[in-house]
Every structure is written in structure tokens, then in C-alpha cells.
Design a protein around this ligand. Structure first.
Ligand code: SF4
Length: 223
């Protein structure tokens, strides 16, 4: 594993749990609104954390933290992710895994091995607009396959979208609803144009009007 960061305490990243967050380094997408370019663009990578030191921290926090969030970058690009999650589970932690869903084979293997207790998958946009939002020629069939695996994994899950004007429209939101199907927990969050983003030019774009945002936001919640 290449680990790019560790947040030692959070009450907001694992719903209902006191948790820590481990950030993996590297991603196969290039979402223009990405807030973690230093985990995505190799030229911006910091020296990776020591995996041993991260496990030493987890060992010390047993009984104090309930869950560990593994996020990225994109965790599923790392071949030893299942082993890594297995070690965290073996320490007695609940595991939440954040993914962009581009590797359904990995998602399926991890789900089958019961290594994750809570899945969170980004839905970048409608299928028609997916590559624009992901910043790469994303294979939509892989995204759809991951949605199906996660919906049927038998554990808690959520889908979520970061919405930025010019990338996500109301029409896209309808497409996203169709993609993830009924009964799924779904959140849409407004991209912060003032914060650091992979495409710095996004800061020059206009944001949604209140009316536009209301229409986008009304597509959130459990569908
Ligand atoms: S927002 Fe996009 S580019 Fe950034 S880590 Fe997630 S999938 Fe990768």
C-alpha cells in the first residue's frame, strides 16, 4: 500500500462511529473538482507514510476508535488492499471503504471476503457525462458493475456525488438516480469552488444560483 495521509480522529467520516481515516496515494481518475490533488498527481505526492507506523497507531487506539475509513486517491488500485483491510478487521475495527467504483473485480473480491462494513461509492455523473466528470475515459460498464456489487453486498452503503456547475446538471442528476436505483442512500454535496481543486480554473466559473442548487439538492436523500 502507498499511504498518503492519516487523520487520527473524526466524527463525520464514518456515519455514527468514532473513526480514523487512512488516505491511500494514487488514483486512476482525474476529476476536475478533486480536493486532494496531492493524492492523485504523482508529481505532487509526499513521501508515503510508513505502513508499520500506521498499524502501530491503530494498535494503540484499539478500544478508543470504532471504525477505520480507507479512502483515497482510489484505494482499489492497490493490489494488496484486501490484505491491508483484513489486517484492520483482524484488530477488531469496523471498516468503511470509499471508492470510485472503477474496479468492480476488486470491489467484489473484498465484498465476498466480508472485509468492509460500510461502502461509499462516488457516482461522478450520469452515464452520458461520466467521462467529463471523471476527467478520464472511464469505462461505464465497470461503474455499473460496482454499483450492483455494492447494492447487493449485504452491508451498509451510500452513493454520493460532488456537484459543480458546468459538470453536473439537473439532467445528470436524473441519470444518476436511474443508475443507482431505488432504495439507495444517496448524498449530493456542492463542490467548493473556493477550495483547492485539481483543475484550478474551476474557481473562475460561476456557482449554481440558489434555484439551480435547490433543484440539484432535491435529488439527494434515500432514493
Ligand atoms: S475525486 Fe476523483 S480524482 Fe480525486 S481521488 Fe476521488 S476519484 Fe480520484
Amino acid at each position: 500500500m502507498l499511504l498518503g495521509g492519516l487523520l487520527k480522529f473524526t466524527l463525520i467520516d464514518y456515519p455514527g462511529r468514532v473513526a480514523a481515516v487512512i488516505f491511500t496515494q494514487g488514483c486512476n481518475y482525474r476529476c476536475p473538482f478533486c480536493h486532494n490533488p496531492e493524492l492523485v498527481v504523482p508529481d505532487l505526492f509526499h513521501t508515503p507514510l510508513s505502513v508499520e507506523e500506521v498499524f502501530s497507531f491503530l494498535q494503540k487506539r484499539r478500544g478508543q476508535l470504532q471504525g477505520i475509513v480507507v479512502t483515497g486517491g482510489e484505494p482499489t488500485i492497490h493490489a494488496d488492499l484486501p490484505e491491508f483491510l483484513g489486517k484492520i478487521k483482524a484488530m477488531g475495527y469496523l471498516v468503511k471503504l470509499d471508492t470510485n467504483g472503477s474496479r468492480p473485480d476488486v470491489v467484489r473480491a473484498i465484498a465476498d471476503a466480508r472485509l468492509v462494513d460500510y461502502w461509499a461509492m462516488d457516482i461522478k455523473s450520469s452515464l452520458e457525462n461520466y467521462c467529463n466528470a471523471a476527467g478520464v475515459a472511464a469505462d461505464i460498464s465497470l461503474v455499473k458493475a460496482s454499483v450492483e456489487v455494492i447494492r447487493n453486498a449485504g452491508v451498509e452503503y451510500e452513493f454520493r456525488t460532488t456537484a459543480v456547475k458546468g459538470i453536473i446538471s439537473e439532467t445528470d442528476m436524473k441519470g444518476i438516480r436511474a443508475l443507482i436505483g431505488a432504495g439507495s442512500k444517496y448524498h449530493v454535496r456542492r463542490g467548493n469552488l473556493k477550495s483547492k481543486m485539481l483543475d484550478a480554473h474551476l474557481a473562475d466559473r460561476p456557482d449554481y444560483s440558489d434555484e439551480e442548487w435547490h433543484k440539484i439538492q432535491s435529488c439527494g436523500g434515500t432514493l
